[in-house]
Design a protein around this ligand. Structure first.
Ligand code: AMP
Length: 486
């Protein structure tokens, strides 16, 4: 895909070409057409994803109908307001606005605190269509009546979660009150706490939710764990895990629609309130299932990757990979459902011998060796622990089809010792195949939490907690705020 495919006007395409970028990043691919269509956007994206161009380019295009070379200030009212939490970010965004608007006669300025207001006042007086601002200084101008916001058509709130951390939300609310009600609004945040969701509800109208994970980034609050298990014992192991933690809700990922339904039935038969959500289910049925899950009536939602992508689920205590995804990036997407907004989350994967190559790919991508722990009674195929057993499509002769339910042998002890490995990052982030360096502007400060809670046999009264304290399950309803739901 190229920038031209996104429907951008020639003036903007020329500016993009001048930067040397040829391929839009995922957030740009998703956001540009939606913003061009005039819809509000709720964007989940961190710095480093290319989100600035993702909102700046379509914003410029939508305002291009007002572009004018007239010198009269009256012909240049403020049409777009971009709010950023810090001076540095405001300046970065402003640089982007300047870069991409160089062939469109739209004026822009950047206003932030800590400097003399006079030059800012002069710029505003001359007339300017796009204002990039930090909230406090913007309100200073409002108070001094040196800025008029009554013709604003577009509002962008960048890094809303940092705005919250820095105590700017009351300022933002005051600014919202000054803007015309009929406007297009975009809110970007790397995380979504209840407070951000409340703000989004107030600020956005039927927003389109757009979300991208950095390809090699996983939240640092997620505990990862792999249970090596023979394919034929996975269902029973899943039931065992869920019975072991009766107050946890989990989103369970499977590879196929068929397995999705079967697994939900299997869990139901084992007394665990579960339902399936996949592409073949009607919208009404999907909505009902989702509501049941959010309200806590269902403990487990079994989903395929495709179905889960459209789910309005914000944060979960646990994500369980019944089967590993075929691309490592999908692992990042899947587990991105948990451990949000600084909360503790768990990513548990049931891995059979034939999936070891997928596990290797995931570990490579997230730069983390995930601790493996065989649960007694649910052993993996004998060749799971073979040194170098990384072959694609390896299948143990003993592996049974997941469709052939087998009861576990509770008395059997694990012969293969649990391989608990240290969390460790392996090397530095890499540049993606398309040349886009996702690691550059942003490096995690601490290693990803990897040591997880051990799961002992069902008859053991206690669980060993070797990782960070496990978050008690909370009803999903508490975590969901009716965002983006129509
Ligand atoms: P942002 O997430 O907006 O802060 O952007 C992160 C970095 O990615 C910035 O240095 C941008 O200049 C760069 N960037 C933005 N769009 C692209 C693209 N399509 N291809 C390569 N780099 C990009």
């Amino acid at each position: 895909m190229s920038f031209a495919d996104l429907g951008l006007i020639p003036e903007l395409l020329r500016a993009v070409a001048d930067t040397g970028y040829t391929t839009p990043t995922p957030i740009q691919q998703q956001a540009i057409p939606v913003v061009l269509s005039g819809r509000d956007v709720l964007g989940g994206a961190q710095t480093g994803t290319g989100k600035t161009a993702g909102f700046t380019l379509p914003l410029l295009q939508r305002l291009s109908r007002h572009a004018s070379t007239s010198t009269s200030p009256a012909r240049h009212p403020v049409r777009a307001l971009i709010l950023a939490p810090t001076r540095e970010l405001a300046m970065q965004v402003f640089e982007s606005v300047k870069t991409y608007s160089k062939h469109v006669p739209l004026r822009s300025t950047c206003i932030y605190g800590g400097v003399d207001m006079k030059p800012q006042i002069q710029e505003l007086r001359n007339g300017v269509e796009i204002v990039v601002a930090t909230p406090g200084r913007l309100l200073d101008h409002v108070q001094q009546k040196t800025i008029m916001l009554n013709q604003v058509e577009m509002l962008v709130l960048d890094e809303a979660d940092r705005m919250l951390d820095m105590g700017f939300i009351p300022d933002i609310r005051r600014i919202l009150d000054l803007l015309p009600a009929s406007r297009q609004s975009l809110l970007f945040s790397a995380t979504f706490s209840d407070e951000i969701k409340k703000l989004a509800d107030q600020m956005l109208k039927e927003p389109q939710l757009i979300e991208v994970a950095r390809r090699n980034m996983v939240s640092e609050t997620i505990t990862h764990r792999v249970h090596p298990v023979s394919a034929g014992l996975k269902r029973n192991l899943l039931a065992h895990i869920l019975r072991h933690e009766p107050d946890t809700q989990a989103l369970v990922f499977v590879a196929t629609k068929i397995e999705c339904g079967r697994l939900a039935h299997f869990l139901e038969r084992h007394g665990i309130a579960a339902d399936a959500i996949h592409g073949d289910k009607g919208q009404a049925q999907r909505t009902d299932t989702l509501e049941a899950f959010k309200s806590g009536k269902l403990r487990v939602l079994v989903a395929t990757d495709v179905a889960a992508r459209g789910l309005d689920i914000d944060d979960l205590p646990s994500v369980i990979n019944f089967e590993l995804p075929h691309t490592a990036e999908d692992y990042v997407h899947r587990i991105g459902r948990t451990g949000r907004a600084g909360r503790q989350g768990r990513a548990v994967s049931l891995v059979s011998a034939e999936e070891k190559h997928l596990l290797a790919e995931i570990e490579k991508l997230i730069k983390l060796q995930i601790p493996q722990e065989a649960v007694p009674g649910f052993d993996p195929e004998p060749d799971f622990h073979e040194a170098g057993a990384r072959g694609r499509g390896r299948r143990s002769p003993s592996a049974k089809s997941p469709d052939a339910p087998r009861e576990p042998a509770p008395s059997a002890r694990s012969t293969a010792p649990a391989r608990n490995t240290d969390t460790r990052r392996r090397g530095k982030s890499t540049i993606a195949a398309d040349g886009f360096d996702f690691s550059k502007p942003y490096e995690p400060t601490s290693p990803v939490a990897a040591a997880g809670a051990s799961l002992q046999p069902a008859d053991a009264a206690t669980e060993k907690h070797s990782g960070p304290p496990r978050r008690h399950a909370r009803p999903i309803a508490v975590l969901l705020g009716g965002l983006g739901r129509k």
